[in-house]
Design a protein around this ligand. Structure first.
Ligand code: NAD
Length: 480
């Protein structure tokens, strides 16, 4: 076992977690905090041997875990959630430090949601048992059998939330799992192993192999013993994983990037829309579902811009551990350079900066909330995901044009539409995305479907949809 890293006084293991044991690695990678680029320590890098050991442990644990009654797995997952709750402060401080997620958001949103991700799916699994379709000819007993070993791969912007979002249904259904956490923010997944251990999860049911995508992740997704790969991340990585998984015909679930429209019709509550619009900068817009393309009716565009400017000017940018901070740092210098590059090229191409457009005086990895206008629909800044606090604003003259602009990108994850309710809902119906909020933003329910169209993903997560993916659905036919 390697010495723990100490993050804000909290001990976090940098090792893998395989078969209920902490496993060190001869190789590792350096981890930095996006808050001030301070060194947090060295984290284990999984070799092919570690990946092999984790999959072997998960395979060995699968028959007994799958054979447990769903009620027993539910009880395990409820205990797991309680152990997360018992470590809530540690999860908050550690993810705020390694991923730069707002501490207030961790406390009030992410940690309660991580617990719910386990308990909701544990409870929901019970309702899947013994579904029956009766016909004149036969009784069809529809079973949801666990598939086997599932690989879970998550991005750095929401490691705890997204890992538990997949872990809950995978384990509740009776699968065993190998998690490969994001290398820029790997530490709350390590704390998850502590919680699982304390909850008494049997050996091999939940394994973690730390490491980079190019080495550890690639070795994991290429393994033919996997039954499922559940991935959230970028489009280029998904294409790579699809090829590796395709070689073994392993089913994949993909939750990918977005370039979601934020539509403001001329009969919208301008103040409500502007206040919600400013929320898009939270977590420095490193949020897949944020509305990043503002499409505003030309008759109210100037008034909307002035209202939103008022909200944006009051946003507090800075250290995410301060309770009052609303916009934290960008995760990595490479990502900051990417953001700057997008803005420079857009301005060189004729874009006008409405606000922001430069690094924040706080220094380090902080960038000012930015809005660009006078942008062409076919330009890079309109078509590509920035994953940083840079939004664009275009105007339209009719609902048809708002829909056309919304749909004229390769992505199709989410959206927001403000306007008189039924009219806004009618526009929302025509926008080709996996979800869209009318006169609101961010309302989620774990039973509802979540995912994207077009290049934003394959499949849906949430409620029954998560179980459709993680299970082999089987029809046992009893003739009458
Ligand atoms: P990324 O694709 O670079 O990495 C995601 C994960 O994949 C990381 O754990 C990484 O180590 C791993 N990985 C990289 N190469 C791999 C390989 N060859 N084989 C296996 N694993 C590999 O994405 P990122 O930069 O960490 O995250 C940002 C992206 O995630 C954005 O595009 C964002 O929109 C997307 N995202 C989507 C959702 C959603 O629900 N749709 C949610 C959050 C983030």
């Amino acid at each position: 076992m390697t010495d723990a890293l100490h993050i804000a006084g909290i001990a976090v293991s940098p090792d893998h977690y395989i078969d209920r044991r902490r496993v060190p690695s001869p190789t590792g990678f350096d981890l930095f905090s996006p808050i001030d680029r301070s060194t947090l320590g060295r984290v284990a890098e999984g070799t092919p041997e570690h990946v092999n050991a984790a999959i072997a442990a998960a395979q060995a644990a699968f028959p007994a875990w799958a054979a447990l009654p769903a009620e027993a797995r539910r009880d395990h997952l409820h205990r797991f959630a309680e152990e997360i709750g018992a470590r809530a402060d540690a999860f908050c401080l550690v993810e705020s430090t390694d991923a730069g997620v707002l501490l207030s958001r961790m406390r009030h949103g992410v940690v309660p949601r991580a617990m719910q991700n386990l308990t909701f799916f544990a409870d929901h699994a019970l309702s899947l048992q013994d579904r029956v379709i009766e016909t004149a000819q036969a009784t069809h007993r529809v079973r949801h059998d666990p598939a086997g070993v599932a690989a879970i791969i998550t991005p750095w912007n929401a490691p705890l939330m997204l890992t538990t979002w997949k872990l809950g249904p995978a384990l509740a259904a009776g699968n065993t799992v190998v998690v490969k956490p994001p290398e820029w923010a790997p530490l709350t997944c390590s704390l998850l192993a502590d919680a699982a251990h304390a909850a008494g999860l049997p050996a091999g049911v939940f394994n973690i192999v730390q490491g980079t995508g190019a080495n550890t992740g690639a070795a994991l997704v290429s393994d033919p013993r996997l039954a499922r790969i559940s991935f959230t991340g970028s489009v280029p990585t998904a294409k790579w994983i699809a090829q590796a998984a395709g070689a073994n015909l392993v089913p994949c679930s993909f939750e990918l990037g977005g370039k979601s429209p934020f539509i403001v019709l001329e009969d919208a509550d301008l103040d409500g829309a502007a206040a919600t619009g400013a929320l898009m900068y939270r977590n420095a817009t490193q949020v897949c579902l944020a509305g990043t393309r503002f499409l505003v009716h030309e008759a109210i565009a100037d008034a909307f811009v002035e209202r939103m400017r008022g909200y944006v000017e009051n946003l507090r940018v800075g250290d995410p551990r301060e309770e009052t901070t609303e916009v934290g740092p960008i995760i990595h210098p490479r990502q900051l350079e990417r953001v700057k590059g997008f803005v420079e090229r857009a301005v060189a191409g004729g874009a006008e900066v409405l606000w922001g457009g430069e690094t924040h005086p706080a220094g380090g990895l902080y960038y000012r909330p930015t809005m660009l206008t006078n942008v062409r629909q076919d330009s890079e800044i309109v078509q590509n995901e920035v994953f940083g606090p840079v939004l664009t604003l275009q105007t339209f003259a009719s609902d048809d044009e708002a829909v056309a602009l919304s749909n004229d990108v390769d992505y199709g994850l989410g959206g927001v539409c403000y306007g008189a309710t039924e009219r806004a809902a009618a526009v929302a119906d025509r926008v080709r995305t996996g979800f869209i909020w009318v006169n609101s933003f961010g309302i989620r329910d774990l039973a509802a479907p979540f995912g994207g169209c077009k290049r934003s993903g394959i499949g849906r997560e949430g409620g029954d949809w998560s179980f459709e993916f993680f299970c082999d659905v089987k029809d046992v036919v009893l003739p009458k």
